[in-house]
Design a protein around this ligand. Sequence first.
Ligand SMILES: [Zn+2]
Length: 214
Amino acid sequence: MNEYRKLLLANKAWAQEKLDLRPDYFIRMKDVQSPAYLWIGCSDSRVPAEDITGTEPGELFVHRNVANLVIHTDINLMSVVEYAIDALGVRHVIICGHYNCGGVKAAMSRQSFGLINKWLRHIKDVYRNYARELESFTDPEARFRRLVELNTIEQVRNLAETSIVQKSWLKRRSPWLHGWVYDIRTGLLQELTLIRPGDLPDDIYRYEFPPESL
Ligand SMILES: [Zn+2]
């Protein structure tokens, strides 16, 4: 099974293609990166962040996990968020959900999947918060699509509720927080929500910082 070799061959062709367009394509980026965007997306192989946004190396700082969740005790994600905002100074954070998300679908079922139950329960919490709206859909597919959207919107709120984001809002009026959904059947992205710097939806999550720390 040498199917993996095609990836290495494709890489050679890709690198040459870039060099043909611009001889310094790689060398110019070797020491620094200054991406404007942090992308938090699903691990799903059908949602390749750079391809669907037409971005090049150096433009997107990327974190992906199952069902694009923002969980405050996830040290991996929070380290990425802090580095992207404080060190790289990204101006926009995009949280991108997608229809037909296996993680969301699993969370809607009663099946036990083992360890990942603990991850997916955060989506069950979203379901519980919006149960009335979700159960008003008679079509299960429509309910599934709406939970994908609500899950994405809730993750954007989770991000706004971090002290990392709020401190950056006070210090430099940035970043903007975006919630998008991707349709794997059409290849199109759609905007669901936007939180501008300072516009925290729920005040109970607002932190105060000593002036000298800003
Ligand atoms: Zn997914």
